[in-house]
Design a protein around this ligand. Structure first.
Ligand code: PLP
Length: 390
């Protein structure tokens, strides 16, 4: 019996909910979407939720709402899934990467403070923060926003980030796509920025197939997001009137119905994921060469998205991954740094060595099979294989 890398947790209730939509309810723009938005916003404790067809679409709309324009700088992390940087490029702005904290893999707030101060001062000190290919031009844009990512379901260090943002009038967009249910100093991830985005791809804490949701306390942004996701129509527009450039980022009713049931089961899903992580933690405690995830004290609640270990020398991550595969156990190098992705190297001139902490994490991190439907016996098999591989 093979162990999958990840997988959704679905019951008869999800099947019934999707079937009910198929029995004649509207398939798009209907009551399920609104119910899903309200359920998630209520859970997070924020006034508005806006369902979208993917987390990436949600991030794109947040970048637009933040007023990020061509040539602007947005400070973000290179240790993430590529969507958190691509959404900046969609508006022809420049992602300015800042290296991460070695314990959590989240953006380092001290470096963020330094980068913002240097970029606003301009000159030689500023240039080193710019992508290599843009350094010769010097500082040509303004820093407009911060886009921290709560990597692996552990919140970024928001307090000092918010201080920097406030001092320099920057908009904060939280990429909370991996962190539904996480808490930082007792406060829910998704409530710190001007807006935050959750995602529901099948490996996330809850799934809608494809899907995402923006949450915000700003009523003006709530209206703007409705318009942007619906081809630029404003509330007062007729179906074929389009006030602004918009997109089709709508979430359909089948997906929203699935999301409603998953939200009802969220406490159960998060508890099961925490249990699987606890099994891994126990069984990996004495495996030499394998470092378990570090949960820092500001993380008052971890929302387990993935279970990522670090392979310590002399063992090599890629060798271990190959041996695991030979033993029938899938695993992933998670994350491959964004700045080293072919497109980013080519466009911005990045090289190995530009973000040493991110690169060290990228070279040693290994995501093990993880989902809420994993059994203790499956965790046992993965750990036995890992012990052998290392
Ligand atoms: C999953 C994820 C997203 C969004 O992904 P979609 O596939 O567009 O829903 C964005 N950022 C991070 C860090 C993610 O893990």
């Amino acid at each position: 019996m093979s162990i999958p890398m990840s997988g959704p947790d679905l019951t008869a209730a999800e099947v019934a909910a999707v079937n009910a939509v198929l029995q004649g309810a509207p398939l798009s723009i209907g009551p399920q979407l609104e119910a899903f938005e309200q359920a998630l916003a209520r859970y997070v404790g924020i006034p508005y939720g806006v369902g979208v067809n993917a987390g990436t679409s949600g991030l794109h709309m947040c970048v637009i709402a933040a007023g990020v324009a061509a040539g602007d700088y947005v400070i973000t992390t290179p240790f993430s899934f590529i969507a958190s940087a691509n959404c900046i490029l969609y508006e022809r702005a420049v992602p300015v990467f800042v290296d991460v904290d070695p314990l959590t893999g989240n953006i380092d707030p001290h470096l963020v403070a330094q980068a913002v101060a240097d970029l606003q001062a301009g000159g030689a000190a500023a240039q080193r923060w710019l992508p290599p290919a843009l350094r010769a031009e010097g500082v040509t844009g303004r820093v407009r926003a911060l886009l921290p990512v709560h990597a692996f379901g552990q919140p970024a260090d928001m307090a000092p980030l918010l201080q920097v943002a406030q001092a320099h009038d920057l908009v904060v967009i939280e990429d909370a796509c991996e962190a539904l249910g996480a808490e930082y100093r007792g406060q829910q991830a998704g409530t710190f920025g001007a807006a935050a985005v959750f995602a529901f791809y099948p490996n996330k804490q809850i799934t809608t197939g494809e899907g995402g949701m923006i949450v915000t306390a700003r009523e003006d942004w709530w209206h703007l997001f409705h318009s942007l996701r619906n081809q630029g129509r404003d509330i007062f527009d007729a179906w074929l009137n389009h006030t602004r450039l918009g997109y089709n980022y709508r979430l359909d009713e089948l997906s929203a119905a699935l999301g409603c049931v998953q939200m009802e089961r969220l406490a159960e899903l998060l508890a099961k994921r925490a249990q699987v992580a606890a099994w891994y933690n126990e069984r990996l405690a004495n495996v030499a060469g394998v470092e378990r995830p570090t949960i820092v004290s500001t993380t008052t609640r971890m929302s387990w998205f993935v279970y990522v270990v670090r392979i310590q020398p002399p063992a090599q991550r890629d060798v271990v991954m190959g041996r695991l595969a030979a033993l029938g156990i899938p695993s992933r190098p998670y994350f491959t740094p964004i700045h080293l992705q072919p497109f980013y190297r080519e466009r911005f001139g990045y090289q190995w060595g530009d973000f040493p902490v991110t690169e060290a994490l990228g070279a040693t991190s290994l995501a093990l099979p993880f989902s809420s439907v994993m059994s203790a016996a499956q965790v046992e098999r993965v750990v036995a294989a890992l012990r052998e591989a290392v």
